[in-house]
Design a protein around this ligand. Structure first.
Ligand SMILES: [Zn+2]
Length: 236
């Protein structure tokens, strides 16, 4: 029976849908040549619907961050419309001299979408759902002020990318990623041997539109406590 990439439960064939990783809205305005070999994973109806309320959040953030890239015009147009359509839009904009200086995004919603995409590429790479006893920590935009956390993020980033090319879903201009396991060895080093059950953690790097990067660390609770401590220190 098919297994949902997100909740990990089994479903009858007729109760399974297909979920694109990343969401199709990130391809708005791009030609068909950008949409080849996209990652598609099996998802139950509930998990598929679960993200529909926040699905525009990454698209909106990328559209607003657009740095005069003509190909992103359509994406930016949709982002602006989407932000203005919502009731609280004025509260999210910061003005200076009559110009919009910045837009506030929900870090929690962005995080949820990074986790969703991580689970999708995890399922695609390892052919199994994400372990149920794993938890997830994210280092991404919004953490820039936390020097220590960014330092940890760079270590994880380098580990994933060392000797590794980025993989692509659709096109490298839209979504690049890679992920590796960290398994203990007899030495002080760790290695990527793909053994999920006995790994310290699984680390993923997700890059959207070559502009937004998130580092996802998935592990059993104990391993993540250290990373979490560094995050919380910054909040006080
Ligand atoms: Zn599900």
């Amino acid at each position: 029976m098919p297994i949902c990439y997100n909740c990990g439960n089994e479903f009858q064939e007729e109760n399974i849908t297909r979920e694109h990783i990343p969401a199709q809205n990130l391809f708005a305005g791009y030609g068909d040549e950008y949409k080849v070999n996209r990652i598609v994973v099996p998802a139950c109806f509930e998990c598929n619907n679960q993200y529909s309320q926040i699905d525009q959040e990454i698209r909106d953030a990328i559209g607003i961050m657009n740095n005069n890239d003509d190909k992103q015009t359509e994406l930016t147009r949709k982002s602006v419309k989407s932000i203005m359509r919502r009731k609280s839009w004025a509260d999210r904009l910061f003005f200076n001299d009559g110009k919009v200086l910045a837009v506030d995004f929900s870090y929690d919603d962005l995080k949820k979408l990074h986790i969703k995409n991580f689970k999708g590429v995890f399922f695609n790479k390892y052919g199994r759902p994400f372990p149920k006893d794993f938890e997830v920590e994210i280092i991404a935009e919004g953490d820039d002020d936390n020097e220590k956390l960014m330092g940890i993020g760079k270590l994880f980033f380098d580990y994933v990318i060392r000797d590794n090319d980025f993989l692509v879903s659709g096109h490298e201009d839209i979504f690049m990623y890679n992920l590796r396991t960290m398994n203990p060895t007899d030495t002080e080093y760790v290695e990527d041997n793909g053994d999920i059950e006995n790994c310290l953690c699984v680390v993923g790097v997700l890059i959207y539109h070559k502009n937004m990067c998130s580092i996802v660390i998935a592990a059993k609770k104990d391993f993540l406590e250290g990373v979490k401590k560094d995050r919380d220190k910054n909040l006080t």
